[in-house]
Design a protein. Sequence first.
Lengths: 621, 621
Amino acid sequence: MITAGFREVGGEGVEREKKLMEVVRHYQMKMIGPNCMGVINTDPQYRMNASFSPTEPYVGNVAFVSQSGALGVAVLEMCKALRLGFSIFVSEGNKADLTDSDFLEYLEQHEPTRVITLYQESIEDTGRFRKIATRISRKKPIIALKAGRSESGAKAASSHTGALASSDLATDAFFKQCGILRVDSIEELFELSLGFSNQPIPRGNRLAVLTNAGGPAILATDAIEKYGLKMASLSDKTQNKLRTFLPEEAAVHNPVDMIASANEETYRNALETVLKDDRVDAVMVIIVRPPINTTPRMIAEGFRGIVQKPGQKPVFVVLMAQADESCGLEVFQELRLPVYAYPESAARSISAMLNYQQWKKKPAGKTAKVSLDKGAFRHIFAESAAEGREYLSSADVQQILKTYGFPLPFSQIVQSADEAIAIYRELKKPLVLKIESEEIVHKSDIGGVRISLKGEREIRNGFDEIMANALKVTTADRISGVLVQEMVSGGREVALGMKRDPNYGPMIMFGMGGIFIEVLKDVSFRIAPVTDRDAREMIESIRAFPVLQGVRGEAGVHLETIVDAIQRLSQLALDWPQILEMDLNPFMVSPEADNCKIVDAFFAGIFVSKKYRLPVVLINV
Amino acid sequence: MITAGFREVGGEGVEREKKLMEVVRHYQMKMIGPNCMGVINTDPQYRMNASFSPTEPYVGNVAFVSQSGALGVAVLEMCKALRLGFSIFVSEGNKADLTDSDFLEYLEQHEPTRVITLYQESIEDTGRFRKIATRISRKKPIIALKAGRSESGAKAASSHTGALASSDLATDAFFKQCGILRVDSIEELFELSLGFSNQPIPRGNRLAVLTNAGGPAILATDAIEKYGLKMASLSDKTQNKLRTFLPEEAAVHNPVDMIASANEETYRNALETVLKDDRVDAVMVIIVRPPINTTPRMIAEGFRGIVQKPGQKPVFVVLMAQADESCGLEVFQELRLPVYAYPESAARSISAMLNYQQWKKKPAGKTAKVSLDKGAFRHIFAESAAEGREYLSSADVQQILKTYGFPLPFSQIVQSADEAIAIYRELKKPLVLKIESEEIVHKSDIGGVRISLKGEREIRNGFDEIMANALKVTTADRISGVLVQEMVSGGREVALGMKRDPNYGPMIMFGMGGIFIEVLKDVSFRIAPVTDRDAREMIESIRAFPVLQGVRGEAGVHLETIVDAIQRLSQLALDWPQILEMDLNPFMVSPEADNCKIVDAFFAGIFVSKKYRLPVVLINV
C-alpha cells in the first residue's frame, strides 16, 4: 500500500488508517504500508519490483528493511556503485499491519537472504521484536541503523512517523541483548553489509596486509589495531617464499609491501602464499592504482581460482582509486570480493564480523527467578496509593528487598535512643542512624544521618542530633522514627538502578557509586529481563571494572553477588510496573559474598494515579 | 629528486644520501626528496607537473604535502571524484633537505593556497615545526593525518621511512598546541578539506537542514548533535514564508522536509528563505534523487545567484545518489558548494571548521618563567652521576622543587624519634613519616610509611616500625633517615608527571590520582613549553574535571595553583634534560591556594651515563 495520507498526516488520516486496517483484518490480508515506497524481490524466479525505486538493485543476499522509503531508495542507488546486491527490499511505511518483527520472521526462512539490514525510526512491540531478533541473529547477522539518537533527532523522528521516541541508551542495551549489530551511519551499514554478504567470518583476528604502496599499509596497520584486530606475524616459510618472487626492495614481513612495480602476477602469487600461512586468519589486499604494468581489473582477474575455494580464508580489498572501467569492479563483484575505498572501512567491517561471531559463540544467558508470594505486597501499593505517596517508605522498600532476597544489613526502626543502644549491645557492631520520614528524601542534606557510631554516648548523641535536625524541617507527627542499621564499611561502593523506559520497559543500570556515576557517567544498562550473561556483561563493560577485579594486589570483590542482585532487580522491576524508578545505592561489595550489602535504597513511582509520569533524572536521585 | 635507492634502502643508500646532500649544500640548492613522486603546481601561470601522477588534479586552493608518494597519488585520484581542487602537491620522500617546516613556510606566503593538508609518518625538528605551525595555523588551517598511531603502525612507519616512531599521545598533544587539526583517516582529510576549501567558517553552530526526504534528515539531526552542533530554531517569519510555497504535507520547522515533490524552484526558494533567518548560521542541503520533476544538476543550477554572494552564510550539500551525469557535480563545484555523500560527513566537517575558529579566537598562551640560579643544582646531578644513581634522593628532589617554587608541606629528614617529636611540638599538626633510602623506591609496599600520627607515643611507635621494616630489606648504612612531613589532608588528590619523549621532548601529564590514572587513564598531556592556556586546557580536558570544580555544592579547588605548578614543571623539565621522568603525586588540592601541597615526588633519570634509556611505563611509577 504505497498510498500516503494516513496516520502520518494526523487528523482524519488516523481515522482513514483505522478503516483501512478494518478492511485488511476482515479479509485476513497482510499489508505492507501504507505511505511506503513498495517492495522488491530480486530472486530470478520472481523478479518482482513493486516499488517506484528508479534503481534496479543487483541480485544479492542482503535484505534491506527500511522505515524511510526515500532513504531506502537512496541506499539502493548508492549500493549499486558499491556493487552490493540485495535479495529483498521492503519500505515499511506506517507499519499499520506488518512491522519489523514480521519481516524478520519472513527473512529468517528466506533462503536467498544471508544478511538482514534495518533502518528504523521506531520499534513496535519490543517484547516480540526482542524474542524474534534474538533467535534470528544466531542464524543470520542483523545490522541495524536506528535513527533518532539525539534528542532533536528523536523529535524529528517522531514528527516524521508519529512513533514514540525512546532513549538512545535503552536502544543500545536492547540491541546488544538481541545480538543486533548497531551501526552509526549509512556508510557503516554499507561497509558491514559488504563484508558479511561476500566473505565468510574469519576464524581469528590475525590479518595479513598485501600492498603496492607503503603509506596506505601504515594506515591499514593503524586501523587494524584501532578496531581490535592484529597484524599477523608471518611464518619464515611464508617470508622465504615471498622473497623468491618479490623484488629486493619489497618488505616480506607484514605488511607485505610489494612496491609499485607489483603486477597481477605478483598480487596473485603473494595472495596465494599468505593464504597458506597458518598464522593468517584473513587478508587485506590494498591496491593503489599501479603506475604502469597492470590495472586493478587485471589484478582482480589474477585472483580467479585463488579466492572462492571452499573453506577459503576471507579476503578484503581496499582499492584507492577513482572507480572507472580499468578498476574492474564487476570482476571483484563476481569473485565475491568486497571492495572498500579506505583501509579503515575494511578493518571496521572485519572487526564487526568477529564481534558477531563472538556473540554467537557465547551460550545464551539464563534468567533466574525468585519464587515468592507477590500478594504480600499488594497492600503496600494500595496503601501508598491511598496516602497519595510518590515514594515508598524505607520500611516498605526494606520489606520488598528482603523478600526478593537482596543482601541487606541488619536494620530496624526505633523510637528512642535506648532502643538503638539495645541493638548495639546485641550486634556488637558500629551503627548507622537515619531519620525516617516521608517528608525527608535527601536525608544527608538536612543532617538526618549519622554513621560509625560506637558506644552508648555516641549513639545517644547521634539520635538526639538527628531528631533535632529533622524537627527543623518537619513536625514530629511526620517522623516515623529513626532507622538503625549495622554499619557496613570497607570494600567498594557500587550502585544498581532501574528506570522504566516507555518503549522498552525497565532499564537496569549498574555502575560504581558517587562521581563515577554522576561525573564520569561510567554506567551500563540492560533491558529487563536481564540474564546472568547480560548481568556479567554489564559489570565487565564499565571502565572502572579493573577496580572491582582488584588493583595493586587487592582481592577482587565478589562479582557473582552483584550478578545475582542485578537479576533480582530485573525480576522486581518486571513484577511491579507501579515502580518507575529504583536506586540501590550504595551497594557495598567485598571479596566475601556475606560482606556485600545494600546500604540504601529508594523506590519512586506514581502510586496515586495511573497517569504515567517519567522522572527526568535517572541516576542522580 | 624522484630517484630512489637512498636512505630508505639502508646500507650504502645511507652513504649515497650523505653524498647527495654534500652536493646540494655545496651549490646552495634546495632539494625535495629523494625517493619521492615529485611536485605539482596547478597555478595557471605555471602549470608545472613534475611528478609521475597519472592524475591531473583540478585547480584549487588546497595544498597537499605527503610523506608517502603513492598515497599522495592515490589521494589526487580519489579527490578528482570528489571535485576537490589542489594548489600544490608535494611528495616529500626522504626529506633529506627540505622538510615539512620548509613546505609550511612556503605555503604560508603562497597566495593560491587557503588550506594546508599533511600526510606525515615522521616529524623532524619538532621545535622548529611547532614554532612555524603555530604561527601559520592562525592564518590558514592545517589539517594533518599522522600515520603510525598504533604500535604496529609506528613499526611499519619506521621500517618504511627510517624515521623514529613517536608516541601517539605526544603527537596528539603536540598538534593541539600547534593548532593543527588532526584527522584519523584519509576520508576525514577529504571531508575537512572540502569544507574549508569551499565555504567560509560559520559564525555559530546553528544549522538549518533542507531535505526532500525524511529519513536522511533524522540522520542529519543525529549527526549535528553528535558533533556538537545545534539544530537552528527557525523564526516564525521564516516558517510562514516557507509555508507560502511548500505543500501542506511539508514540515516548515527544522529540518525543513520539502517532501519528494520538491523541484529546483522549491530548493532555491527554501534556501533563500532560511539563509535570511538570523537564527541560522549555516545550511545543510540534503538531496535524495528526486523521483520525477527535477535532477540534482537542475537543483544546483537553481542555486546560482543565491550562494557565493559576499558575506553569504555557508552552505553544505549532501547528495545521496550514485554520481552520474544528472548529478551535476561540476555545477556544484563551480558554485563552490562542497558535496558530501552522507550527512555525518558534512556535520563532522562543519564541526571541525568551528573548532578551528574557536582555537584561533583564543588568545595565545603565555609561558611564565621562574628566575633562579641553576648553578645551585649542578652538584646534585654531578654527585648522583658519581654515585651511579638512577633516581634522585628525596632530599635532592625536595630542594629542586622548593627552589622552583612548588607548593610543599613542611618536611625534614631526621635520625631519631625524638627529633620527629620535637617537630610535632613545633608544628602542632599531625605528621607523616617515610623511610628515606635510595634502596627503597616503593616505600608503602615495605611498610615504610606511616600517616596521621598524633601525640608522642604514636610518633615514636611509627618511627620504630618504619625502621624495623626497612631493615628487613636493606642495611642500616643504606638508610639516610626518616622523612618527617606535615600531614596534608582534605581536598582532592591530583597528580602531575613528566616523561621525555625522544621526538617531542618533555611530555607533561595531568590527572587525578589513584585509579583515575591507573585504571581509567583519565589524563591529559602537553609538550613543554606549556603555556598558561595549555595548562588550563589540560585541567579542563580530563573527564573528572567537574569534580575539581566542585560537585554536590562543594567548593571547587584552587585551579590556578595547578596551572602554576604545571608551568613550573614544564620549565624544570626543559632546564634539566638529565631527568627522564618525574612524578608529583599526590598533589593535594583544596579551595584555598595555601592548602594545596605536593605530598610526594619522584625523579628518575640516567645520571650514570649519557645513554638514553626510556622507561616503559609512564604513569605508574
